[in-house]
Design a binder for this molecule. Structure first.
Ligand code: SF4
Length: 387
């Protein structure tokens, strides 16, 4: 087991290191070993801050002992996140592992050759590509083509300094990137030659981040019997994480209903429903989760959606579920999930601004000088009607 295994615990060698260490995860958990606390921190930081780096900044690990705790915290974190029983939590966790990994990979790639040593173990781009079976699918562009910006032939080799551009086989390109990242990612807007797509170095790293995310998400959630074995040992840690999630999502700082500041995805859904068109189940869930997430009660949501295709009974059922103790563990879907459902069109590339519609709305509310609250307007209208 070495520091690289701890740094990139989802790599095949790290998995082997865990197997070779012959440690029993249930025993570690029962003994409340340091890896357990670090695993809890890993998941908490992922869900709250979008990173799994330790808050103490204790990485790279200073000793073999730290490296072991860091490495073993990864499989335990995967068990913890499985026990949260929430698909959005798994998604956030995988995204945070990937974001942390890619920033470490960036640092490794920037490390000068002379500084590479056993005491500061780093990986190279070739190692990362090989890890994800991309060694043959990604070729660096030759300096000459790079400088000229033209040419249609991918060139292999890539010794010496890392080039600014690469050519990636179209299959992996489509698998690892998404048009929802912005129009520049659409295949029609790319240089394409001989079944390969030209990408800038930073774009290649974005694709590798997606590969890490897929790897982390693979196999989650684990099937674990609640209240038994390792699940029972981790019960209080899981309860703490669920409480944090619900506080973060539903005791939210935004308690203002300003439809003018809603993100485009939500405005589109409301307009669609106002035109009398039925919303699909994912569309209706996304809208309800958002409205509950900004602090609206079921009664308010029913009134707000009064002149739409949504029926009051369905709204009440869904919003009550989202507002109750079971529902609070489900944060609103992320922008990425909504893009996968075709709900988000990422207008003006604003997915860069926030990871989910609620965060985007919070930001717009914080920036707004003058806010008209629908609740006040609604109360005034009701009062005028009763006079
Ligand atoms: S990027 Fe996010 S907030 Fe913006 S439209 Fe898409 S889902 Fe909504």
């Amino acid at each position: 087991m070495d520091a690289l295994d701890a740094k990139y615990p989802f790599f095949a060698t790290a998995r082997e290191a865990v197997a070779d260490a012959a440690v029993s995860l249930p025993e570690l958990v029962a003994a409340d070993a340091p890896a357990v606390e670090r695993a809890r921190e890993r998941v908490e930081r992922a869900l709250m801050d979008g990173t799994v780096a330790s808050e103490s900044g204790a990485f790279p690990a200073e000793s073999e002992y730290d490296a072991q705790a860091e490495l073993l915290s990864y499989p335990i974190a995967r068990i913890l996140v499985s026990l949260l029983d929430s698909d959005p939590a798994i998604e956030k966790y995988a995204a945070a592992e990937a974001a942390t990994a890619i920033s470490r990979i960036r640092e490794d790639l920037a490390t000068d050759d002379e500084l590479r040593s056993m005491s500061t173990p780093t990986i190279g781009l070739d190692d990362v590509l090989a890890e994800f079976d991309l060694a043959d699918a990604v070729q660096p562009e030759s300096p000459k083509l790079d400088a000229g910006g033209g040419g249609a032939t991918a060139t292999g080799g890539g010794s010496g300094r890392d080039p600014e551009h690469y050519w990636i086989a179209v299959g992996p390109y489509l698998r690892l990137t998404s048009p929802s990242w912005g129009t520049s990612w659409r295949l029609v807007n790319r240089a394409l030659a001989g079944g390969e797509v030209r990408v800038a170095r930073e774009e290649l790293l974005d694709a590798l981040e997606a590969a890490v995310e897929d790897r982390v998400r693979e196999g989650l959630p684990f099937e674990l019997a609640a209240g038994e074995g390792i699940a029972a040992e981790l019960e209080s840690g899981v309860a703490d994480l669920k409480r944090l999630l619900s506080e973060r999502t539903y005791a939210g700082p935004v308690d203002v209903v300003a439809p003018d500041l809603f993100p485009p995805c939500m405005r589109n859904l409301i307009e669609k429903a106002e035109r009398g068109t039925a919303l699909s189940p994912p569309e209706s869930f996304a809208l309800m989760a958002f409205l509950v997430g900004i602090g609206m009660t079921p009664d308010e949501v029913v009134a707000f959606c009064g002149d739409t295709s949504l029926d009051a009974e369905g709204i009440r059922y869904q919003t009550e579920y989202l507002s109750d103790d079971r529902g609070t563990q489900y944060p609103p879907p992320t922008c990425e999930t909504l893009a996968n459902y075709g709900i988000c069109h990422n207008e003006a590339d604003h997915m860069q601004v926030a990871a989910d519609p609620l965060a985007y709305y919070e930001q717009r509310v914080a920036e707004a000088d003058d806010i008209t609250d629908w609740r006040e307007e609604n109360a005034n209208a009701a009062e005028a009607e009763s006079e």
